[in-house]
Design a protein around this ligand. Sequence first.
Ligand SMILES: [Zn+2]
Length: 432
Amino acid sequence: MSIARVQSLCLTPDGIRPCTARAQIQGGLPLTRLLNRGRNAASLRERIRSVIKGAGYRYPSGRVTLDIELARGGRLDDGHALPLALAVLLASDQITTAAGAQHTWFGELNLDGSLLPLDPDLVLACGNLQNLAGGTGAPHFLASLRQLDPTPMTATAPAPSAPSLMPGWPTELATWVLSGGHSTLVYGEPGVGKSGWSHGLCAHWPESPRVRARRAGKRLFASTPGVSDPWRLPVGANARQLAHWQHLQRGHVVALDDLPLHSQGLRDALPERMDLEPQTATLATANPCPCGWLGSPRKACRCNPATRRRWQRQLPPPLIDRFDLVARYEYGEAGPRPIDMRPIRTSWVRQQQRQGCLNAQLTCAGLNDVPGLGQSMTRALRLHGNRLGLSGRAQLKCALVARTLADLAGRDAICEDDLQTAIGLRASPHEG
Ligand SMILES: [Zn+2]
């Protein structure tokens, strides 16, 4: 009897986790058993047999017992054919491992033993795992494995090019939003570039390698089909889909273009969902009125008061309160210009070192919990906030945005200017 173990990965609802594949070969009548149950179990067993034969090896003639020790909530899938086939080949002494080679094997095998290219997201997600092997799309992969001595895959995240934005206000606003990972509602006239702006931001949203690995794993586990922009929730989605999206994107961002056009059910659920998922930021855009030109210096609004009131009810105060920043997107005359990511990255590092998360993800019961706010600034914020009729929640959001402004300036203490700017970033979309 001989046993072999091979390390692999499994996709779980919470991300990618390590797991172990085992093969045991005994004498006796030919029989292959896979101890795991699941939708794919039978086809996986057949696939392993075909792959081993297709790659020119012998399938063991005795009793073969296969087992994958999956992580909690993990799912059996075709990616496990590779570690199981390797375990069978190792247990039957057809290949040998290089001494001390501790690799993690994951990849989808063709029937001839060659590998299909791995989902780039998965490779990227595993970039922080040591010694991930497989999935390079090498032809006749198994056949060339007399000596199990793989070349580890190196996955490096492509450096995303900085988003190009109109210089001036939108660029400044983007810097603040990205620095603290803040939930933001931007409104403004049609065709001014709000959606493009929000998508540029989503692509550059701050995330740690751990968050990236979890997110890619969850997305592959849920195998959400046809999602090209994983962060954008399509118009027409319901509250349940919103919850699902927020779960997939935890630690990152969900974009809601044209928020008033989304379903009533989704908008009703959004305030509560934003409270329940404080780790997932929301980036929403809206027109200020049905025609879109309310408050524009270029064109007059054609809406009557009744339609405007109806529009305002689509964005009620409790919903607006949940956003850290609410700002008008101003029209820019000059051409786009890349935004400078360096100060943003420096401020991410400051926040991570101080509190282990972004400012927007801080859980504060009150203003006293905001780092660096201090007593006099707390009093100043309460004074201004009460005068402007800001709710307690909105005042806390102001303090967190002020925290981000101070981080961008490299200061530990929040100053009066930070507070004034943060309060100015709560402009109501209904006032034009
Ligand atoms: Zn209008």
